[in-house]
Design a protein around this ligand. Structure first.
Ligand code: FES
Length: 100
């Protein structure tokens, strides 16, 4: 299963990360944000005011729109964190289920 990734690219051996208790695939060198987006999760959190969805915006650690909880650490930037085998991600505002 490739999800939203471009199929013919050789990405190495996939591993699983947990997102809100469900496993999704990630590849070596991929960020947490990349794995989430490839799994069809594009809203990571909601704003305090207005309850508006936020996800990856800048992709380079500046906007803080991509905050998720990673291995028990609150509000980590998904775009600046490399995915690792067994990582436990909590996405507070999952509005879309990961692609099956
Ligand atoms: S997308 Fe901007 S800090 Fe992560």
């Amino acid at each position: 299963m490739f999800g939203l990734r471009v199929a013919p690219v050789n990405r190495g051996v996939p591993f699983d990360i947990s997102v809100n208790g469900k496993s999704i695939p990630a590849y070596p060198g991929e960020t947490v944000a990349g794995a989430l987006l490839a799994a069809g999760i594009n809203i990571f959190r909601k704003t305090y005011e207005g309850d508006r969805g936020r996800g990856q915006f800048c992709g380079m650690g500046v906007c803080y729109d991509c905050l998720v909880d990673i291995d028990g650490r609150h509000s980590q930037r998904a775009c600046m964190t490399a995915a690792a085998p067994g990582m436990m991600i909590e996405v507070p505002a999952v509005l879309k289920e990961p692609a099956e």
